[in-house]
Design a protein around this ligand. Structure first.
Ligand SMILES: [Zn+2]
Ligand SMILES: [Zn+2]
Length: 289
């Protein structure tokens, strides 16, 4: 009994302590909120909530959810019949993945968020990116036995940066969607130099052999749908090299999902010539004429 009474007393004391601490935390948060109001992750304007773009930056984002190449997910004209279409580049040289969608096109706001995560250590931006990628992930993963695999960093780069931005995004995606992730399946054998400004062949040469499977990868990946997660899909050379390595695990399917995709101007959603609208115009003309 004495023990029970003691427990109750301790319990009450704990709760009182918690209330007191909670109050202090709330007050602290109010002070911090006052001093550091939530800001737009792209332009820094004050916004209503954390992880929220201001209206101008939000409306500047180009969401890539229109018709796309079945293999590399580059935007395609809308009226071409059938959904399993491939772009010219994929017909000439099929990539090692089935689908590589991105949440948004790589524009000013999308770039700023990615750079602030990667170099500015704004790790909270991983959650914002994942929130806007989650819908694409759910569509991509379907009912299959999907597993998220963040594009790994070489251990030296991980050591100097302190974190892998793609792994942070994969963690948030796993938390939001429930699709599991495995950070130990794919290894980075070499730290690759920047691919910027290099031609296609040179890029492929730089990333060749950059990735390897973990010794027990086959046991964990065979028959599954592996989804590579990256922040920016630029030339796709890194994703192709990583996907090629994953294919050797016996996975049933390999695809990729990134935050932002570099899309040539002519293929941007607003600039694509819409064959569908032309078609309906012609039908209308026929009907009225
Ligand atoms: Zn903004
Ligand atoms: Zn393609």
């Amino acid at each position: 009994m004495a023990t029970k009474a003691g427990d109750v007393e301790i319990d009450v004391a704990k709760h009182a302590g918690r209330d007191w601490l909670g109050g202090l935390r709330r007050a602290g948060r109010m002070v911090v909120d006052y001093a550091l109001p939530p800001r737009c992750p792209a332009c820094g304007a004050i916004v209503g909530d954390d992880n929220q773009f201001c209206l101008a930056c939000w409306s500047s984002l180009d969401f890539l959810d229109g018709p796309a190449c079945a293999q590399c997910s580059i935007p395609l004209p809308t009226a071409l019949p059938g959904s399993a279409l491939s772009c010219g580049a994929c017909l000439a040289d099929p990539p090692p993945f089935d689908g590589a969608p991105a949440a948004v096109a790589y524009g000013s706001a999308a770039r700023t968020v990615a750079l602030r995560l990667k170099y500015g250590r704004r790790t909270g931006h991983a959650r914002l990116m994942a929130q806007l990628m989650a819908r694409r992930l759910i569509a991509l993963a379907g009912e299959g036995d999907a597993l998220l695999v963040a594009v790994p960093l070489h251990r030296w780069r991980l050591w100097t940066r302190g974190f892998n931005q793609a792994a942070l995004v994969a963690d948030e995606l796993a938390r939001i969607t429930g699709v599991p992730r495995d950070h130990h399946l794919l290894l980075r054998r070499k730290a690759t130099a920047s691919l910027r400004g290099k031609g296609r062949r040179e890029r492929e040469r730089v990333v060749a052999g950059a990735f390897a499977l973990a010794p027990d990868a086959k046991a964990r990946a065979a028959g599954r749908h592996l989804i590579l997660i990256d922040d920016v899909h630029a030339s796709g050379a890194t994703l192709r090299a990583a996907a090629r390595a994953l294919k050797r695990s016996g996975a049933a399917r390999v695809s990729a999902l990134s935050w932002a995709r570099v899309v040539p101007d002519a293929l941007m959603p607003g600039n694509i010539f819409d064959f569908a609208s032309l078609d309906s115009d012609m039908t209308d003309n026929r009907m009225t004429g």
